[in-house]
Design a protein around this ligand. Structure first.
Ligand SMILES: C[S@@+](CC[C@H](N)C(=O)[O-])C[C@H]1O[C@@H](n2cnc3c(N)ncnc32)[C@H](O)[C@@H]1O
Length: 219
């Protein structure tokens, strides 16, 4: 189950799980996809609040956390992220995002994200606080009201148990009013599961290689 390190078409690293025949990102470009789906369609939509509570489903390579830290320096961010299968540290150290996205400070932050303890809040940078939970999404609950959710599990055909009405109901209950959830999937069954959970859902243009994606709002 150890993932393989690969290079996607924009030159950025991604991981591949042979047992699932699944990449962690679009092979058209990992950084390109994360910027489009989570930063542009999610973080920029929420805007620059003074304090931002973010929940990520699937920490994986740490790309979404790193991009969020870089792109929202004016908010105090509490970033909670769930991961059932942590990436081994030697593999994380071979990922090239810090080299592509910044200098020594970005590298220090990225390493700190991967080596930080699980289950406790850690200051990565003065505005960015990370809490990693080593847990199955199905067992996760929190009293935090999240302004933004990055739903970045493996695809619905690989992990159908994570894209259900019940999962989205649980997430809906953990979100602040006016909060957004974004995901790369545009599947009709996913959209319906979100709607059944109470979200108002829109289809918006997807990243290169994907016509559409979904953005859901807890109105
Ligand atoms: C599509 S990858 C994206 C990971 C990450 N956001 C990134 O950019 O590298 C999906 C992630 O969800 C994690 N995952 C799979 N099943 C999970 C579960 N039941 N609960 C929590 N995380 C899970 C995987 O291990 C993987 O890291």
């Amino acid at each position: 189950m150890r993932p393989e390190l690969r290079i996607s078409e924009d030159g950025s690293s991604t991981l591949y799980r042979a047992d699932l025949d699944e990449h962690y990102h679009s092979f058209h470009g990992a950084i390109q996809e994360s910027k489009h789906v989570f930063i542009e369609a999610g973080l920029k939509k929420v805007g620059s609040k003074s304090v931002l509570n973010i929940l990520e489903i699937g920490f994986g390579t740490g790309l979404n956390a790193l991009l969020t830290m870089i792109h929202q320096p004016d908010s105090l961010i509490h970033y909670h992220t769930l991961e059932k299968y942590p990436v081994p540290e030697d593999l994380a150290a071979a990922i090239n995002y810090p080299q592509l996205l910044g200098g020594d400070e970005v590298l220090r932050c990225f390493s700190a994200m991967h080596t930080s303890a699980w289950g406790t809040e850690v200051e990565i940078l003065n505005h960015f606080f990370l809490t990693k939970f080593q847990v199955d999404l199905c067992d996760f609950n929190s009293k935090t009201k999240y302004d933004l959710v990055y739903f970045d599990a493996f695809a619905p055909d690989k992990q159908p148990e994570l894209w259900t009405d019940q999962i989205f109901k649980n997430i809906f209950a953990m979100m602040a009013k006016g909060g957004f959830l974004t995901t790369y999937s545009a599947k009709g069954s996913v959209r319906r599961a979100m709607q059944n959970a109470g979200f108002v859902v829109e289809r918006i243009p997807g990243p290169p290689g994907k016509r559409e994606m979904l953005r859901a709002c807890r109105e």
